[in-house]
Design a protein around this ligand. Structure first.
Ligand code: GLN
Length: 544
């Protein structure tokens, strides 16, 4: 079978969870033994989201091959358990950049360069590139934004052309739409969806499947109406209700035979899905036996999407303990002294200091880390979180007063974190950091080795600064163990403080590799310790 193409568009409003729908469909097809790759088209002009503020756009997800991508790729990887790369996130910016570069090279031989065909051809070439690279049974392409947006028009046009070229039996369009509930009349309204499909049709695309986001069950009458007005068969009007957990969505869609309907339309023989393990997982998620409280101390705490992979990784590790995770968001810039830090951490069983950039909130991060180190509160530091752990240790244990990272204080007397050598001459932003998967050697006998069960690991990076080797010996002599280093020994990738039950930090981002059914070892380590911490606190309370 050649690759079959599925396109996912969104209607009525943004933030509909198209990414979760695409990822869930990916899950249902992989559960049937098909290979599935998911690609995201983002209509904005940034070449990639790497330069965008997490406040605006949420987390930047990093792939093995070092692409800085939309956070939906995280969902795709977690649901389909497939590692993606550069080709899986295509922005208008990257399309225009390629076309303009070609024009400057004279590749268009004097032609007038236009949206159609040059931009649309470049978009189609990215679909073909993903096909050649992965040779999947199914390539699912999600188009960001909402139908009706000006900026997504070239993508929609490219899909219209592509569908004609590959044939309608080989491609399919899913429109994810919203069915709002009007409390005053007590009704679910289908009209916005009808208009959205009319709009899509005017662009030359007739969807074969409607996925309807809704807060309430959609009555049969409304489904019939949607089918009639949108020219979609009734069995292809799929309800997608708000769920407690995103991991329930594939099962809810399976109940309505979404994959079966799609396979039939694409003339592919359906297979029995293997979803038992996923069903068990969802059972656990729905019936937690306890709650473990973890603090995340960061800068972007007002938008939890900014740390979405961290939050998901914590949940994955929690499932192992039949636990749900309650996150306590700590705005690190408010932890201005140790009293405030202590107060912020009261009642939590673990602390995560995630990645980040810039000086704001750094002193507060140092305070919460210090509290965790001195009070044996389980701690996991990620990237910037590790750099802060090293600074804190240098200041408060080694005695290097005002030690800092050169990122935050260029005049620090002790630059224990410094710009990486290869970064010193880098100019410009976007794709210029140390990015993607690198090998790391884990020191024998450390907590890290125990957690991973091996001494050779591969993890994903996104940073410019590193531990300054000039201070390594001094810091190690004072008791912080460098438990992971690059194969040449030059880059420090992990530290741990052996006196504590779990005080581990890494220069890389383990959160990008955690899977719901396979929590990342470092998050599992944190949660094991947090679970014990919670049991200990409960016993102490009982004694009182
Ligand atoms: N700002 C730090 C650096 O560039 C940490 C980056 C991060 O946390 N991703 O090295």
């Amino acid at each position: 079978m050649g690759t079959k193409y599925i396109f996912v568009t969104g209607g009525v409003v943004s933030s509909l969870g198209k990414g979760i729908v695409a990822a869930s469909l990916g899950k249902l097809l992989t559960a049937r033994g098909f290979s599935v790759v998911i690609q995201k088209f983002d209509p904005y002009i940034n070449v990639d989201p790497g330069t965008m503020s997490p406040f605006q756009h949420g987390e930047v997800f990093v792939t093995d091959d070092g692409a800085e991508t939309d956070l939906d790729l995280g969902h795709y990887e977690r649901f389909t358990d497939t590692n993606l790369g550069h080709i899986n996130n295509v922005t208008s910016g990257s399309i225009y950049q390629t076309v303009i570069n070609k024009e400057r090279h004279g590749d268009y031989l004097g032609a007038t360069v236009q949206t159609i065909p040059h931009i649309t051809n470049e978009i189609k070439s990215r679909i073909k590139k993903a096909t050649t690279q992965f040779k999947p049974d199914f390539l699912i392409t999600e188009i960001g934004g909402t139908i009706g947006d000006i900026e997504s028009l070239p993508f929609i046009e490219a899909i219209r052309q592509f569908r004609t070229e590959v044939g309608f039996g080989n491609s399919l369009s899913i429109h994810v739409t919203l069915i709002p509930f009007l409390p005053t009349s007590g009704e679910l309204k289908t009209k916005p969806s009808q208009h959205s499909v009319t709009n899509l049709r005017s662009l030359g695309i007739q969807p074969e499947v409607l996925v309807c986001r809704t807060s309430k069950p959609i009555p049969k009458k409304e489904k019939e109406k949607l089918a009639l007005f949108c020219s979609v068969p009734q069995d292809a009007v799929i309800e997608c209700r708000d769920m407690k957990s995103i991991y329930e969505v594939p099962l809810a869609l399976e109940d309505q035979n979404l994959a079966g309907v799609i396979l039939e339309r694409l003339q592919v023989q359906d297979r029995k899905p293997k979803l038992e393990a996923w069903e068990k997982l969802v059972e656990k998620i729905k019936n937690p036996k306890k709650t473990i409280k973890i603090a995340i101390a960061g800068k972007y705490t007002k938008l939890s999407d900014a740390y979405i992979s961290v939050v998901e990784s914590l949940k994955h590790a929690g499932y192992k303990h039949d636990a749900q995770i309650e996150i306590k968001w700590i705005a690190s810039d408010e932890c201005v002294d140790m009293e405030r830090a202590e107060e912020a951490l009261r009642g939590v069983d673990g602390l995560v200091v995630p990645g980040g950039f810039g000086v704001r909130g750094i002193e507060g991060k140092l305070n919460v880390i210090r509290y965790a180190r001195e009070n044996n509160l389980p701690f996991l530091g990620l990237c910037l979180g590790m750099q802060c752990a090293v600074i804190e240790f240098a200041r408060n244990v080694v005695g290097l007063e005002n030690a800092n990272s050169m990122e935050f204080d260029e005049n620090t007397p002790y630059p224990v974190i410094d710009l990486m050598v290869e970064q010193k001459h880098v100019q410009g932003y976007g794709g210029t950091m140390r990015l993607g998967q690198f090998e790391c050697n884990v020191k024998k006998g450390t907590k890290a080795e125990k957690a991973y069960g091996t001494t050779k690991i591969f993890e994903r990076h996104r940073h410019r600064y590193e531990v300054n080797n000039e201070y390594r010996q001094q810091i190690a002599d004072a008791g912080l163990v460098f438990s992971g280093v690059s194969p040449d020994g030059m880059l420090c990738e992990m530290v741990e403080y052996p006196k504590n039950d779990w005080f581990v930090a890494c220069q890389f981002h383990p959160e990008f590799k955690s899977r719901p059914e396979r929590p990342h070892p470092l998050f599992a380590g944190l949660l094991d310790a947090a679970n014990k911490h919670m049991e200990k606190s409960a016993k102490q309370l009982a004694k009182v």
